[in-house]
Design a protein around this ligand. Sequence first.
Ligand SMILES: Nc1ncnc2c1ncn2[C@@H]1O[C@H](COP(=O)(O)OP(=O)(O)OP(=O)(O)O)[C@@H](O)[C@H]1O
Ligand SMILES: O=P(O)(O)OC[C@H]1O[C@](O)(CO)[C@@H](O)[C@@H]1O
Ligand SMILES: [Mg+2]
Length: 951
Amino acid sequence: MTQEPLFNGTSCVALYAATGPLFKDTVNFYRDILGFSVVSEDSQSTCLAVNHGLESSAVVVTLDTAKAESPSQISDNIDNFARHAVSRDWRTLLGNVSFKTNDIRGLTDSLSAAGCLVQLKPDDLDPFELYTVDPLGTLVGFSALQNPFGVAKPPGQKPVEVSTPLGTPGAATPARVVDSVSRAGIQRNIAVMTSGGDAPGMNANVRAVIRTAIFRGSRAFAIYEGYTGLVRGGPEYIREMHWHDVRGWLAEGGTNIGTARCKEFRERAGRLQACFNLISAGIDALVVCGGDGSLTGADLFRAEWPSLVEELASSGKISADQATQYATLNICGTVGSIDNDMASTDATIGAYSSLARICQAIDYIDATANSHQRAFVVEVMGRHCGWLALMAGIATNADYIFIPEKPASKKDWEDHMCGIVGKHRKRGKRKTIVIVAEGAISNDLKPITCKDVLKVLVDRLGLDTRITTLGHVQRGGTAVAYDRILATRQGVAAVDAVLAGNADTPSPMIAVAENKIVSRPLVDAVRLTKQVAEAIENRDFAKAISLRDAEFNEHLHNFMAINSADHGEPTLPVEKRKRIAIVNVGAPAGGMNSAVHAMACYCMSRGHTPYAIHNGFSGLARHESVRSISWLDIEGWNSLGGSEIGTNRCVPEDTDIGMVAYYLEKYRFDGLILVGGFEAFVSLSQLEHARAAYPAFRIPMVLIPATISNNVPGTEYSLGSDTCLNSLVDYCDVIKQSAAATRNRVFVVEVQGGNSGYIASFAQLASGATASYVPEEGISLTQLEHDIASLRESFANDNGKTKSGRLILKSANSSKVLTTQVIADIINQESRKRFDAKTAVPGHVQQGGLPSPIDRTRAARFAVRAVQFIEDNTELMSGIRDTWEPVETLSRPEVTATAAVLGVERSHLRFTPVRRLYDFESNQGKRVRKKIFWDEVREIGDMLVGRSKAA
Ligand SMILES: Nc1ncnc2c1ncn2[C@@H]1O[C@H](COP(=O)(O)OP(=O)(O)OP(=O)(O)O)[C@@H](O)[C@H]1O
Ligand SMILES: O=P(O)(O)OC[C@H]1O[C@](O)(CO)[C@@H](O)[C@@H]1O
Ligand SMILES: [Mg+2]
């Protein structure tokens, strides 16, 4: 495959030949007679080009002659290349036809007179264009455009310099991408594959790898059918991918390039063949998206690569040059598996989507279980890993879970389960949910099956019990927003990692730590993962659990505490037990109830008394709305949307801060947990300031951020923002479908989020929207013009042929003048009837219905941490409560630190003093955090749709 850059000037002529009976003759004619050079070729196509040095250029398409007769084929090709045609003197080629460069109108008559089939495509949008078929059956296009690849360029911008093979980005590639490709030059041939069990989000990962590779100037390939495709090789399994090939993939479940469990790859012979196939296809970098098995295979392949190359060279299967050129394999893992069983990453692509499916099913089962007072034993996937079972247990407040990492003897688990389930029933719970991980075992390594569990529940507790095996439903469906975002960010990072890698760099695995995409050595991740399996095999369960990441252990500890709350003797001695209040402040957000539930249960397990302050600070000041919380009253709250204890935007100073102090004093609260958004943040700051005047506030106080806007200083994640993203992305999928069906439509979707562009930016990434407008950037007319030009370009490229719909996301506060309706009106006017624009306003639907599993489980984690924060700080505060010296005390950092925001910052969960955040890190006028952490996400979102930014 020849790949030298040919086009250094602004003009070129290219020929793209489809397969067909006269394929070879046509290629030869252009090459030998007309002096074209072959830019790239494979078994299906050849791309040729010539730099003719004129001011204008042309693209020539040879047709499959068998199909050239067919008008629809011709018209398809015209559509495909409508924007890639320019003029030159074709006299030689077209026999008697004579015309001058750029004299296209004159050309029409001459061509018709010469008996050529001519099709004109002039319209308001496009410059004059003309298509004809040459004597060889070749479709030739002409246009007055100086450069056909840069049609969306604003006036004055330099024309695109095509310096890479024209076939690389593919037809219908946004101008910005072609531009970027030309600047980068050819880098690598990067292939991506999916392997092991499919996982929602794999398509998003493949899309991101392919588009990023192209954007960075590399050629992108997909290996179809996992390692099976690698072992079989050839054009059927190793295919070049173009920009438009992955259009619409974000919203599709499974993996469109196929996956497999491949025995041959486990053997060296299979890997030798795979090595040969990759070298033959010219692939020099490989991104593998798969689970622990797939990445173990990838690591082995990488380690063996030099010896495989040597064997191929010595047996003469590859040349010495090839052996040198492909001496190392640049490989990168992106972890895709619903099991979340890979060490070194918090989450694997697909795990949270699967969890969402499981929780939805258990939420449904809850209703029927409750109606009949039944017990349900639910089997969930997870071959050797209990993550799904554990997280589902927390999110659905299951009564008991079985996971492979924490086995007990048969007698112990039976007694323990019956103890907990029996107590729950005695306290009035009408239903029982027991979750069994597929890989659950007892400590003699014997599987624990649903039937075993059912038998115990029936025999010992007399419960009417049913089994539900969720099966592959857990792997199906589209990816939740989190997985689309994770997969996309990992795909981009993977390409960047392979481009940056060299023979000496260890192969990376792209992972996530809290909120941060990180690169970790693949070899270490594989080693650690193996150690877990070995520890379980050796019945060293303590080691197995210690090898799971810290978050897994934290969740497990929390589940056990929450689930057996108020059961026996609490864990803390009497003198350490506290009275802790919780209050919701601000607009409702998914996870608020889950936080109240977890906080109350955890308090009970420790021996504290939890109280709820109903209806926010105004409820407290006006109605003394303090209620203690009883275990049965809050049963099921973990999975409810909205706020059961009521929430509003009143801050203490706006209601009556003196009364707030009075009631906190009256109930002798030792600590206060606020759950809410920016108003809760302001409230906490006011209470902290008022400590000088009111001793009631000299207690530890902590904020669990909860707002769909995700605008609270001190955290990159607020409860509710995930639920919101999911409802918005679901909404966008539906709207996009409608837009796609009508072909020529764009929807302008109005997004909430106050003055924070978080939701719009992440929703753009997760939905593949053409653009998003956010308050931080505003909307400039130039940018709007740019975006409309891109829409024109993409609708013109599509010509109604592709089914993808188009969306523009607009934060409600991004512009006062350019409202959602005004933007749609402008687009309608500027589209010149080529497409139309409509508005869509999801409004408060964005607060979501039921909280997402991420919001539920993180709420539980935050709630437990918040109670621990109160525990850790009460002693200090009670010690200085009555000896408070305003100036001296307030300057002590350990005191200031007792009023804090609990948040995720990059890869850490941390408490940050509210004073610092309020004084230095918040914009109070706009009610947002000062530091924006999603710039990179905006860049990726734009890059992957080829959006260019106005200078
Ligand atoms: N030790 C190994 N050596 C070589 N190849 C392996 C190895 N382990 C797994 N593979 C390859 O990876 C493929 C997928 O592995 P596996 O079936 O374990 O799924 P996975 O990647 O762990 O994903 P999931 O668990 O989510 O289904 C295997 O079919 C095999 O081709
Ligand atoms: O679809 P298959 O090949 O039966 O595999 C099922 C296995 O795949 C997974 O879904 C993902 O590894 C496991 O949880 C499950 O044990
Ligand atoms: Mg696996």
